[in-house]
Design a protein around this ligand. Sequence first.
Ligand SMILES: Cc1ncc(COP(=O)(O)O)c(C=O)c1O
Length: 413
Amino acid sequence: MKFAERMSRLGTETAFDVLAEVNELRAKGRSIIALSIGEPACNTAENIKNAAKKALDDNLTHYSASQGIVEFRRVISDYVSRTRGVPFTPEEIVVVPGGKPVLFFCILALLEERDEAIYPNPGYPIYESMINFSGAKAVPLRLREDRKFSFDVKELRSKITDRTRLIIVNSPHNPTGGVIPKQDLHEVAELALKHDLWVLSDEIYTRIVYEGRAESIIQFPGMKERTIILDGHSKTYAMTGWRVGYGAMPKRLAAYVTRLMTNSNSCTATFTQYAGMEAMVGPQESVTAMVEEFRKNRDLVVEGLNRIDGFFCHKPAGAFYAYPNVTRACRKHGFKDSRQMQQFLLHKAGVAVLGQGCFGMRLKEEDQEYIRLSYVSSAQDIKEALRRIETALSNERLVEEFLEEERSRELVK
Ligand SMILES: Cc1ncc(COP(=O)(O)O)c(C=O)c1O
């Protein structure tokens, strides 16, 4: 049977493949500490769950407006106006099932074949996947470790052509934990104005910052007309499985995104929207407590990683990821890349992490190796994971055994 050609352009999020591998190993009785997962380990707060239960008991089980329940959109528009310092109305908000559909729908609505879109590399893999799927050209912008994983504005300028339509920024950033300095955002805004570009600002980790605040590009004059803010409940309120997110965007684009919702989902689950509303208007202590927990974990993980021979890790300013440079360790132990280290750590140390290959295409100029560790687990698990990594890497016999197995696997292929 024949499939549409566009399916060959659709990428994926390999973190889900690693999750499947972790579950398989656990089912065989192996002890695996998963530092590969991009979600808070804590559970959704009770008040939020109770709001969902009440909505079900009140029979709020029917379709809602495709754009989202208007009271919820009002809560969101007030929140976005307050936190970003730019006024929004409910007409400029679309509620969707998670943060991802904001990307999916806006990219479909904005890009056509031959257009170009610039996105961060390394970055959340769905950017590259969706741009390619739309038929536009995905133009990676390298994030630089020596700029604490921000980008070089000169390099960004050099990537803009007369076909560029969209720039994606993500701050705080997955996978590096970097936060883009306000000055860099200002320069991106100036470029967007000068070249008449859209900016998709992925701010899903905006509440998870450890120093100061994460600035939004929307604050700069002229940006409201050309910016989409992607935000949602998955990370802030530990609600990944509920599927509730939203976009704040110009009214005309909101109408198109709403139409895409009507065509695909009809609406975000109604009782979920009531839970999402309670998350925003109810007590925020659980968010503060979660971020404080992450801060302690961050310090623990960075200190531990920097003790491992051949690792170097910057202190991330936001999100819940550490992104150590492991180039020296890869060379020392003979791993050909961070993916091979990822496999070694999973199978021989019992620790799941993600190699940089999970975060977009490998750039020709990239000669460094990185892995991502998500520090959402308990302090005890993090300490044990660090101990396992250090012990496994200092066991040369174990490394040699793994490399031998890898060579045999290659031969079979
Ligand atoms: C940078 C970034 N944007 C968007 C998302 C999507 O979040 P959601 O699970 O709400 O779709 C994620 C999830 O990992 C992410 O890391």
